[in-house]
Design a protein around this ligand. Structure first.
Ligand code: SF4
Ligand code: SF4
Length: 99
């Protein structure tokens, strides 16, 4: 049996070569969030520029476009906070569940 060949890593030369964006359809979590989330992201539509950066980086693909802004499917958001970290307009804030 032949062994897999080790290939030399070729660094991307253009952003188009990076595997950005949700790689799976929305709902990567297979069950509706049943209370595992401690914090939830809240979008301030006034501050949101519609750059869709959060849409690209959400690991669960639960941020979706509504017109020129975004919204979140809380049924599947796991509360990781990546969207808040990546938003350059401080339009997303994480608030404690239940507040
Ligand atoms: S990253 Fe921030 S500004 Fe950009 S679409 Fe998301 S919430 Fe809006
Ligand atoms: S908190 Fe995490 S899972 Fe929820 S919308 Fe933001 S990036 Fe996606």
């Amino acid at each position: 049996m032949s062994r897999p060949k080790v290939q030399k890593f070729k660094p991307p030369t253009h952003i188009r070569e990076l595997p950005v964006g949700p790689a799976f359809p929305g709902g990567h979590l297979i069950e509706i969030n049943a209370g595992m989330r401690t914090f939830r992201p809240i979008i301030n539509k006034e501050k949101c520029s519609g750059c869709f950066r959060c849409f690209l980086v959400c690991p669960e693909g639960v941020i979706f476009k509504t017109g020129d802004k975004v919204d979140i499917d809380y049924d599947y958001c796991k509360g990781c906070g990546i969207c808040e970290f990546e938003c350059r307009f401080e339009a997303i804030s994480m608030v404690k569940e239940g507040e």
